[in-house]
Design a protein around this ligand. Structure first.
Ligand SMILES: CC(C)(COP(=O)(O)OP(=O)(O)OC[C@H]1O[C@@H](n2cnc3c(N)ncnc32)[C@H](O)[C@@H]1OP(=O)(O)O)[C@@H](O)C(=O)NCCC(=O)NCCS
Length: 227
């Protein structure tokens, strides 16, 4: 049987935000406009508008319909939900933003995507203590730089991608129990790539047929989650 299809779209935030604003924002639903009205920070507004615009285009491309027929709202847990002419679309969508980048995943199976880019002043040792189990933290500390920082961002993004796939969100105590482990492609539940000094991660649960658009990714790795 064919593996389920998943699309991963990567885009520069500024370019997507400019395209999203080009002909006004009347394509946003009332619900989206109400959410946007509560956002004060310009950067947050830009990532929300750009992500929702790109999500429509990606879904419209998949469904072979004009983007205006696709709308977005959210499930009660926060995961984005797609509609075609107001009817639910049976595809899973996940949106992530970090710094100047956007990543979206759309799939026939539940998907979760996360991008984590370095920020000045971030205390990786403190974050490791907060969000990693003692064994995971030891594993990271045993690495030399730059592998340690790359390993931190990959695992952090993998944790967030996993909870975005399920919709459960992330609290520090629970973050420690989500333990990504490198594995072979065959048993993989997730993938990660090095991305602008940080990492991009995609949680999938099962092997998929993945199409990547918008960037050439490198240093790809396969992971499963220890339970
Ligand atoms: C869901 C969650 C993981 C999002 O993380 P984030 O880094 O703040 O933001 P991201 O850019 O990755 O993702 C934001 C998008 O996720 C989606 N989202 C929101 N809640 C979600 C949920 N419960 N499940 C899946 N997706 C969700 C939305 O589409 C949102 O974008 P939008 O509001 O513009 O539509 C967040 O709710 C959370 O739990 N953050 C805690 C992070 C943390 O403390 N990490 C500790 C280190 S491991």
């Amino acid at each position: 049987m064919a593996q389920p299809k998943v699309l991963l779209q990567i885009a520069a935030l500024g370019t997507a935000a400019a395209a999203a604003h080009k002909n006004g924002l009347d394509w946003l639903t009332e619900g989206e406009r109400a959410r946007l009205a509560k956002m004060r920070a310009g950067a947050r507004r830009a990532e929300f508008v750009a992500g929702h615009w790109l999500a429509r285009r990606l879904a419209a491309h998949w469904l072979r319909v004009p983007p205006r027929r696709v709308t977005l709202d959210a499930f009660a847990d926060g995961r984005p939900a797609l509609h075609l002419d107001a009817a639910p679309v049976p595809l899973s969508l996940s949106i992530a933003h970090s710094s100047d980048w956007l990543a979206l995943a759309l799939g026939e199976v539940a998907v979760g995507v996360d991008v984590e880019l370095p920020k000045r002043g971030r205390d990786l040792a403190a974050l490791t203590r907060m969000a990693f189990s003692a064994a995971q933290a030891r594993e990271l500390r045993a690495l030399e730089e730059p592998e340690r920082e790359a390993g931190f961002y990959a695992r952090w993004a993998l944790k967030e991608a996993w909870v975005k796939r399920s919709g459960e969100g992330l609290r520090p105590r629970q973050a420690r129990t989500i333990q990504p482990e490198p594995c072979d492609e065959g048993g993989a539940e997730a993938r990660s790539w090095a991305f602008h000094g940080g990492a991009l991660a995609l949680a999938l649960g099962v092997p998929v047929r993945l199409e990547i658009h918008g960037a050439r990714l490198h240093d790809g790795r396969h992971w499963r989650y220890a339970r």
